[in-house]
Structure formats: C-alpha cells, structure tokens
Design a protein around this ligand. Sequence first.
Ligand code: FES
Length: 196
Amino acid sequence: MERANADAARPRCACGQQVTRRAALGGLAGWGLVCGITGAAAEPADERPQVGDQLVAIDAAAPTALSPGDVSITPVLAWPMEPASNVVRSGSRLNKIVLVRLDPATLAAQTQARAAGGVVAYSAICPHAGCEVNGWVAEQRILECPCHNSRYDPGNAAAIVDGPTTRALAALPLKIVEGKLAVAAAFVGRLGIAPT
Ligand code: FES
C-alpha cells in the first residue's frame, strides 16, 4: 500500500507522463521537470523512440520487427522496440505510432525524406483530444481520428485536412536496417494534445 501511495504521489512532467520511480528516487524529479529531463532517466519502456529502434505491431503475439512489406495501405499501429533487448517501448501511449505504406512517388518531398520503403510513421495520438488516430479514408488516402473526425494527410507530413484539430501529427523519420523498419531520428513536432 505504501508503495502504491508513493507511486501515485510521483509528479508528472509537462507532457503528462508520470516521472519514473527511479528518476524520483534519484532526485531528478521536481515540479519544474520537463519531458527532456525525464527522458534521460526514464525506464527503457518509457523512453521516446531512439535511433535504431525497430517497430512492432501493437497487437503482435511476439515482438517481431516489422518490414516495409508488413505494412499495407491500411494503417498499422506499432510501438518502438529496442533491438538488442527486445524491450518494447510501450510504457507511454505517446510512443504509439501509426504506419501507412504509400506510393513513394506520391509523397511530398519532406515526407519522402522521412519515409522508408514507402512507409511513413506518425504519432498515433490525436492532438485534438488525445484519441488514437486509427481510421483510414481509402479513397482519399487520409488518416482519420474516430473521436471527432479530424483528418490528416500522411503523404504530406500529416498536415491537417479537416476537423477540429489544430496541429499536424508528429512525424517519426524511418530507415531500413537489414530489411527491417527502424527509427532514423526523433519525432519531428510536438507530441500529445495541443494546448487550447
Ligand atoms: S481527439 Fe481526434 S478529433 Fe478529437
């Protein structure tokens, strides 16, 4: 009970994540803490995607790294995974990623540079109110959030197409390592709910 109470009392950083117990005990936690500081001491499962991380489908029975061919035109939700340890970074829902495979020739230049094998990756958390962006409008090749129908263009930096959202989805640059999708750089753009 004492441990549960102590955990509940741990502060949260600006992005809403609770500070890890290790960080709190290490004296790194404070009410002025920002996410970047928290990330430096976070447990591996809580850390934001790191360069070289592989990607695994969130509904996979085993942590099998995804290849471009595993991603279709229909969105796939995924977590980053540390490849050496197979630690899936599912400790924060802000790490949830939506993947779509598109014709590379149709991608805007900026998005083409972040894609790998035609696969583009974005934060799956809708900036409007935090729902999971998992809908797909096939005719327009547009991602849609099921909560209030915000729409994002995955071929063009997840720019806003429609709906109440005020911010594009953060993009996660990808590369291919030994045939598998891997993180090429940190998220580009803000994560989580946009301030009103
Ligand atoms: S939470 Fe996505 S549109 Fe409202």
